[in-house]
Write a protein that binds this ligand. Structure first.
Ligand code: DQA
Length: 148
């Protein structure tokens, strides 16, 4: 099973960035957790981060036919990007959404998730652990579907 894990803008600044909200661990630590979880689950994973909306759209398009699942934290583009939503719908690769913080308890402008409309499930407010839960859930979901 092959997963593409996509992280949006400013997630490369984890550790430095608003530690009271996102914690003190850096982006490399997040990548380690994702890699470790995928190894344990025998999933081959590509981790991708970009600060640019169109680059994320390109990456989702290129994923067609190459990946079984997408785990995405679109970061700020969550709340603005119809283009990312449309790309997820276009490729129709089963996708799940992760947010480190609990966006539901934050500002009104964070209450809409466009990408989430193309995702099977969302994890929020669990810190980095949300990625591990999302990866495990998506694998179980795809396995169950394949076994029919
Ligand atoms: C975030 C939440 C978004 O609202 C914010 O713009 C981010 C990170 C999170 O992981 O909690 O950049 O997606």
């Amino acid at each position: 099973m092959k997963f593409l894990v996509i992280n949006g803008p400013n997630l490369n600044m984890l550790g430095l960035r608003e530690p009271a909200i996102y914690g003190s661990k850096n982006y490399a630590a997040l990548c380690e957790l994702i890699e470790r979880t995928c190894e344990e689950e025998q999933i081959s994973a590509e981790i991708f981060q970009s600060n640019h909306e169109g680059v994320i759209v390109d990456k989702i398009q290129e994923a067609y036919g190459k990946f079984d699942g997408i785990v995405i934290n679109p970061a700020a583009y969550t709340h603005t990007s119809v283009a990312i939503l449309d790309a997820l719908k276009a490729v129709a690769i089963p996708a799940v959404e992760v947010h480190i913080s609990d966006v539901s308890l934050r500002e009104p402008f964070r209450q809409i998730s466009y990408a989430g409309m193309a995702c099977l499930k969302t994890w929020k407010g669990l810190g980095f652990e949300g990625y591990a839960e999302a990866i495990r859930w998506l694998k179980a979901h795809l396995t169950e579907k394949a076994e029919g």
